[in-house]
Write a protein that binds this ligand. Structure first.
Ligand SMILES: Nc1ncnc2c1ncn2[C@@H]1O[C@H](COP(=O)(O)OP(=O)(O)O)[C@@H](O)[C@H]1O
Ligand SMILES: [Mg+2]
Length: 274
């Protein structure tokens, strides 16, 4: 079994396509033969569960409270992906007591299914509850649209991660662009600013073109990959999944699921295992 790779999907502002990209990327990776878990870290109205047509009985708050284990709340989505339904308590992870922390970490370490990818659909913005999640990921991919406010906010989150958290494994996913060339140009513009002011070279992954079938699929609570496998967007998501598989593996890309939660909770792995 290969090491688990944890990929955070982030954005400076909401409504740019994080959930669309998280869900379709998860399904595309699963379709290419990987074991994938999708962590719904955003509590927005159009969350990952809804996008996948899943109505889960339990969510991550039940793991935090100790009522359920991770495997008891995980539900299966399209192409066999494991989905961890989000909870409003997630933002308060940093405030949990020692016993609760141990319970959450324990629950992750007990999850026995081998996983290749954990995709985290993060909430928008730079609140500590968001950066806590992202710091625990091996790579954060920032979704950006070619609009001044989206570009400014994308730069904002990149800046906070790089300067305040010394977190540098950041890539871009230009979304809803008219064509691939426009997406690459958008990347180049933002990367030039990051190089100049943050001394940081961003990874380019792949761009997702603007495609009506994404909206059609969303109205049916289905990923566009399942709904319209032959669409432009579905093609882009499969290419994105290929690029994600080629992302350089950092030395932090080791350890299983429990390491994600340990990093997220900022606890000492030795202490929590003791
Ligand atoms: N590439 C795309 N082409 C067309 N519509 C898109 C595309 N990506 C996202 N959308 C639409 O944009 C809206 C916001 O996307 P969503 O994934 O919910 O954003 P977020 O999770 O960042 O808030 C949704 O209606 C979604 O269907
Ligand atoms: Mg969302």
């Amino acid at each position: 079994m290969s090491d688990l790779k944890i990929i955070g999907i982030a954005s400076g502002k909401g409504g740019v396509g994080k959930t669309t990209i998280s869900t379709n990327l998860a399904v595309a990776l699963a379709e290419s033969g990987h074991q994938v878990m999708l962590f719904d870290g955003d509590l927005g109205l159009a969350n990952a569960q809804l996008a996948l047509g899943i109505q889960a009985e339990y969510n991550f708050s039940h793991v935090i409270s100790g009522e359920k284990s991770l495997k008891e709340i995980v539900v299966r989505g399209p192409s066999g992906i494991f989905v961890v339904p989000g909870a409003s308590g997630i933002g308060k992870m940093a405030d949990l007591g020692e016993a609760e922390l141990r319970g959450v970490v324990q629950s992750f370490s007990e999850f026995q299914e081998p996983l290749d990818y954990l995709i985290v659909d993060a909430a928008a913005g730079i609140a500590p509850s968001v950066t806590t999640f992202l710091k625990a990921c091996h790579e954060t991919l920032v979704v950006v649209r070619d609009e001044p406010s989206s570009i400014a906010d994308a730069y904002g989150i990149i800046k906070v991660l790089a300067t305040e958290h010394d977190y540098k494994n950041i890539g871009l996913i230009p979304n809803a662009v008219p064509d691939q060339r426009s997406g690459q140009l958008l990347y180049q513009r933002l990367n030039a600013v990051a190089v100049k002011f943050l001394n940081l070279d961003l990874e380019y992954t792949y761009s997702i073109e603007s495609d009506e079938t994404v909206l059609e699929a969303a109205r049916k609570y289905t990923p566009v990959l399942t709904h319209s496998p032959g669409s432009t967007a579905a093609r882009d998501f499969r290419k994105l999944a290929k690029e994600v598989q080629l992302l350089p593996v950092t030395k932090r890309a080791s350890g299983g699921l429990q390491f994600f939660v340990e990093r997220m909770l900022n606890t000492d792995p030795e202490a929590t295992h003791g």
